[in-house]
Design a protein around this ligand. Sequence first.
Ligand SMILES: [Zn+2]
Length: 448
Amino acid sequence: MKSINLSQKLSGICLAILLAISAQSFAQNVEPTPPIVTAIKAGKLIDPAAGTVLSNQIILIENGKFKAIGANLTIPAGAEVIDLSGLTILPGLVDAHNHLAITYKVVPERNIYYYTYITESTALRAIQAASNGMQMLSSGFTIVRDMGNNGNYADTALRQAIEQGWIPGPKIINSGIIIGSVGGQFWPTPEMGAKNITYPEYLDADTPDEIVKAVRQNLLYGARVIKICVDCKPWGYSVSDIKLVMDEAAKVGFKVEGHVQTLDGAKRAIEAGIWSIAHDSGLNDEMHKLMAKKGIFRAGTETPITLPEHTTPERYAKTVASLKNAYDNKVPLTYSTDADYYVPGKTRGEVAIEFIETWKAAKIPNVDILRAMTVNGYKVSETESTRGPIQVGLAADFIAVAGNPLEQIDVLRSVKFVMKDGNVFKRDGVMIPEKFLHGGPVNGWNIR
Ligand SMILES: [Zn+2]
């Protein structure tokens, strides 16, 4: 018989105790806990798709999702009741084109990107992104498409941090690094070139092999949409190049947005059948008609004249006319800002909401401005069956404002209440994100 020494005996006893404890805690874990129900008393409830307003609705929320919505619902005993009967509830807003991990400024950059890239690390920019995300959420944006210029994947880190439950923030649909011909949107010196300054703001890809590899790199590092520079260089991407990007992204079910700044670039992107086009400078009446026919989303990034450092009266007049033309042609319009700069005195969310000025100037009816900010935002983000609409079974995200945005769109400038995934983020106009802050990843590690 083999002899057993004392330490072996002790470790055997310890193991037995540990097993007993873990069995007990397992038994405790599987005890059914009653679901936490929140009941919202909604004074008015807007459905932007239908353009309707319902009065005195009850919204029940359980486990972060809408459970029931109606006028005559019984509030379950023990439910937490939130009385918003004095407010108007509507689904969360979408900014279809923002850059949360870059904040260029007049000082010291004079609004030139290059400088930001060399003075601010990806780590610092990820923290900026966390802050900008909360500022967007506070202004009612529950979904943000973050379309590049985020250093070395600060956008993926932001998305993961929000999904894992470390910090509050909008649902992030991120692009990873913008893919473009050599140099991206830069014209670097030979000394700086691709190795020193272009990457990681842009991912150089000129040949078909490089294009496939660049798409795969972004997929590997956590992108949820692919962004390309269609015509940042005069040679740009051909129709077949764009289709190659689309085919590669489609292998994992993702879509492609094109940065387009010229008419030729717009023609190529539209011919390829791209998902969405960013910016309006390449778009005219003919392009709008083609986009409407093909159902290509327009993320026009219409900078308002009320942000005078970022447009000119001449440019603004063109922006307004182009947006109006797109609306008249029934192009699928999304609300998009391209916000990537600091405006003194404004949060990132307040900068984003300022863009309603351009939509008002284009004389777009309030209900259609709201549809661009909600319904079409969910479509371009491909969340419409999981998040966005206030519907049973979907993520419990919504906002509340005083007044009716269908009558006065400017009430969106002052969001009083924000719920995300069933948790209150803002109440009585004040951010109270306690429920979102934890010492651990409450939603798990394994979300890529
Ligand atoms: Zn942009």
